[in-house]
Write a protein that binds this ligand. Structure first.
Ligand code: ADP
Length: 184
């Protein structure tokens, strides 16, 4: 039993995960966990890939680092371009952000992605790789696909996830009301 839910925000790089996660953290009080940052800070990798300009992630080390943060206790917004490594029992909602190819192209070009990485990510978005990963890894009822092309869409997404959070809190009252769920 968690006093607060865990939400995954996933999608291809550039879809708006960080922007959504930060806005949501502010609205809900949940803690934003940038998994890329954890990989970097805790050394959960086997080195740097020069072609793709990203860390080669060691998933076992990453999962250990997240266990240390006690993620499964709840209260986190997990922001990463992947979701299958997180145990199903940890997760209450999986948001997959989606974007049109031309918008993604502009966002990744602005980040000066090298050609191979740009193309790989555009292909991944078109092939719905992250959406499929989410659907393969979690129950259908907790996976939500949301568009993130415009600021208006982002605001509406954040409103919607905040409403989901409030409903979750109503549905999971803390026993004893002391915030610990201790069952007095
Ligand atoms: P990610 O964390 O998925 O890589 P970011 O949150 O860093 O994506 O967003 C990438 C860029 O796109 C940022 O410049 C951000 O301001 C912009 N952006 C993200 N989502 C939207 C949106 N829904 N509407 C307009 N701009 C967006």
């Amino acid at each position: 039993m968690r006093a607060n839910p865990n939400i995954i925000i996933t999608g291809t790089p550039g879809v708006g995960k960080t922007t959504h996660a930060e806005a949501l953290a502010e609205r809900t009080g949940l803690k934003h966990v940038s998994v890329n940052q954890v990989v970097k800070d805790k050394g959960c990798h086997e080195g740097w890939d020069d072609e793709f300009l990203s860390w080669i992630v060691d998933e076992d080390k990453l999962l250990d680092a997240l266990e240390e943060e006690n993620i499964k206790a709840g209260g986190f917004i997990i922001d990463w371009h992947g979701c299958e490594i997180f145990p199903e029992s940890w997760i209450d909602l999986v948001v997959v952000l989606r974007v049109d190819s031309s918008t993604l192209y502009d966002r990744l070009t602005a980040r000066k992605y090298p050609e191979a990485k740009l193309q790989e990510n555009l292909d991944s978005e078109i092939m719905e790789v992250l959406l499929q990963e989410a659907r393969d890894s979690y129950e259908e009822r907790i996976v939500v696909e949301l568009e993130s092309n415009t600021t208006e869409e982002m605001e509406s997404n954040v409103d919607r996830i905040e409403a989901w959070f409030k409903q979750w809190k109503e549905d999971h009252p803390v026993v004893g009301g002391d915030g610990e769920g201790g069952g007095h």
